[in-house]
Design a protein around this ligand. Structure first.
Ligand code: SF4
Length: 106
C-alpha cells in the first residue's frame, strides 16, 4: 500500500489497530467481536491470504474464486493490508466483497 492509500484509509487503519489492542485487552464489545471473528474465518479460507497479509501479488475472481498472478477484467487484486487489524476496523471492507459493511447504518 502506498502513502496516498494509507492517507485515504487512515480512519480505517487507526480504527483497526485500536480495536486490535482492545481485543487483546479483552475490552471489545461482544457483537463487534463476533463480526470480527467471522471476517477472520473468511480471510483464513481465502487464497489471497499469505500469513497475516492480503497478497497484492494475486488477483481473485469473487464469483468463481479463480486466482491469477496478473490483472484481468473481473478479478480483484489483494489489498496488501495487515489482516488482523483490517478485520477489526468497523469501516473496512474486503476488496473482493467477501466481508464488510456489517456496521453500515441500515
Ligand atoms: S481481505 Fe478479502 S481478499 Fe483479502 S484475504 Fe481477506 S477475504 Fe481474501
Amino acid at each position: 500500500m502506498d502513502i496516498k492509500e494509507i492517507y485515504k484509509k487512515r480512519k480505517e487503519i487507526l480504527n483497526g489497530h485500536k480495536n486490535e489492542l482492545y481485543a487483546l485487552a479483552g475490552m471489545i464489545n461482544t457483537d463487534d467481536a463476533a463480526v470480527f471473528s467471522v471476517r477472520e474465518k473468511i480471510c483464513n479460507e481465502c487464497p489471497l491470504k499469505i500469513n497475516n497479509t492480503c497478497n497484492t501479488g494475486m488477483w481473485i475472481h469473487p464469483t468463481t474464486m479463480e486466482t491469477r498472478n496478473s490483472s484481468k477484467e473481473g478479478f480483484i487484486r489483494g489489498c496488501g493490508c495487515r489482516l488482523s487489524a483490517k478485520q477489526k476496523s468497523r469501516y473496512s471492507k474486503c476488496p473482493a466483497g467477501f466481508w464488510g459493511g456489517e456496521f453500515d447504518a441500515k
